[in-house]
Design a protein around this ligand. Structure first.
Ligand SMILES: [Zn+2]
Length: 149
């Protein structure tokens, strides 16, 4: 296994920050030189297909293809960050921890009610002691996601 756990298709092995489940995420946030080259080739093909020769409008087509590939890479990266098991979103957690906590709580409640997960391995959720839980509950008014005694 390589030292940095990078795979050939650009995915990286990691663990969910909340439930510690092994996952694979995309690290690439922006387009690379290969994407720019691909967009240039696609724009050239488009130009010869539509206008049957060189045409300055190819620059606009090239920029549109660049924007499409950039947004595809960005959306793929953003969607791969959200944990499929517990629904934890690290980017949302940095911006708004409360709504990230609500999303995880909704996801865990769905999981609790789904019979598909009855016999599955339980999640390795963060555990806190009963005293700390009481202290947090009095402070946060029942916003606690999980508790184990
Ligand atoms: Zn998770």
């Amino acid at each position: 296994m390589p030292e940095n756990f990078e795979t050939k298709i650009g995915k990286t092995n990691c663990y969910c920050a909340f439930c510690k489940t092994p996952r694979r995420i995309y690290r690439k946030k922006n387009i690379s030189g290969m994407n720019i080259l691909g967009s240039a080739m696609a724009a050239t093909l488009f130009m010869f297909g539509i206008w049957q020769g060189f045409d300055p409008r190819v620059i606009i087509v090239f920029v549109v293809f660049l924007a499409i590939s950039e947004s595809f890479v960005k959306i793929r990266w953003r969607l791969s960050l959200v944990c499929g098991i517990c629904g934890f979103d690290p980017i949302l957690y940095l911006k708004d921890p409360e709504s990230a906590s609500k999303k995880v709580k909704i996801r865990l409640d769905e999981r609790k009610g789904d019979p598909q997960y009855l016999l599955s391995k339980p999640l390795n959720l963060p555990a806190i002691s009963a005293e700390k839980s009481k202290a947090l509950e009095s402070k946060a008014k029942g916003q606690l996601v999980s508790r184990s005694i």
